[in-house]
Design a binder for this molecule. Sequence first.
Ligand SMILES: O=C(O)CCC(=O)C(=O)O
Length: 396
Amino acid sequence: MERWHLPGRWISSMDYRHVNVSDFARALVDHCILTWAFEYETVMEALLSKRVQEMVQNGDEPPPPYVCRDDNSSQTVPSALCSLPIIDFGLLASSTPTTKQKEELQKLRTTLSSWGCFQAINHGTSSSLLDQVRQVAREFFKQPSEQKKIISKGVEEFEGYGADPIPEEGQSLDWSDRLCLDVYPEDRRKSSLWPENPSSFRDVLEEYTTKMREATNLISRAMANSLDLEENCFLKQFGEQALLQVRFNYYSCCARPDLVLGLKPHADGSGYTIILQDDVEGLQVHRSGKWFTIPTISHALLVLMGDQMEIMTNGIFKSPVHRVLVNSKRERISIAMFYTPQPNREIGPEQGLVNEEQPKMFKKVKDYADTHWRYYQRGMRSIHVAKCESELLLDC
Ligand SMILES: O=C(O)CCC(=O)C(=O)O
């Protein structure tokens, strides 16, 4: 005999004549929703337990939750026509300002106010280390599934090997497999999730983390200088214990690349993200109604603003919407390092960027990445949550 949950009590389906009709109707709806949600979760869990790489090896077509492309109308601008600026950090290193340095800072400011991202060269991380990072990532994903699944993440967890937690009903799944790890501060590391194969994985990631910490210092200072702010102002907002979280992305080839996305359109909830691409294109940034394909430059790092930098710069730097396409011939690997203010820390627009011409656009926020995630799961942006109401601009 079936049982429905009525507000406050359980009844069997045989008892319905003794209950108020509206209670009964509500119970029926509750029941349908619960069953439906349960079925949805069960189907998604089963689907996600099989990774994209396995589906491809079995020759499967993308199942419906992965099918999401409906943007035939939106234009794509090929990488050859994408004039995303390249910033030479070698020029920014000298302590005495030179004309070239000033020009580079101006370029940095302009690109972050328009594109919200740039390619960094001479960033202080050696080409050989970048090659090693890509190589260990490739070797990790090349292993048999059972080997990778030793460090599987739980369905609702972030860290480990697998896919994102189940999104809300109606949202599509990404055509990619991932390995996500907290890498800094060290006491947040779950070493049991760090791969033991390939054997150099842990050492390479450790070294890369150290270099990425140095890079965040360099980049945060350069961005402050480009806005004529005190050099350490962003670093202070991020805090000593700012988080570094790495995501190794593996985008399998797909027989129907026109139907799926490696990563659905979104803006990042981080402060900013440093992305190492391989030589296969796929990342696109949305600007002026078009998708621009970001060129791959072998030893450059792509630095992409997240919502929290847009907030700290009072809207001057833009947090761009981006996505990843997959292709039918070559798999693709990228390594994204998310740099996020330390937990429990309030961040907000820099005072030096608030004035009569540019009133305060954002409130102070804390743990914004959590809010961002809740919206992301529904396929929505969250930055409006941090916006001052227009009528309260002066005192928000
Ligand atoms: O694969 C890429 O190039 C971008 C990855 C990315 O944006 C992400 O992991 O959030």
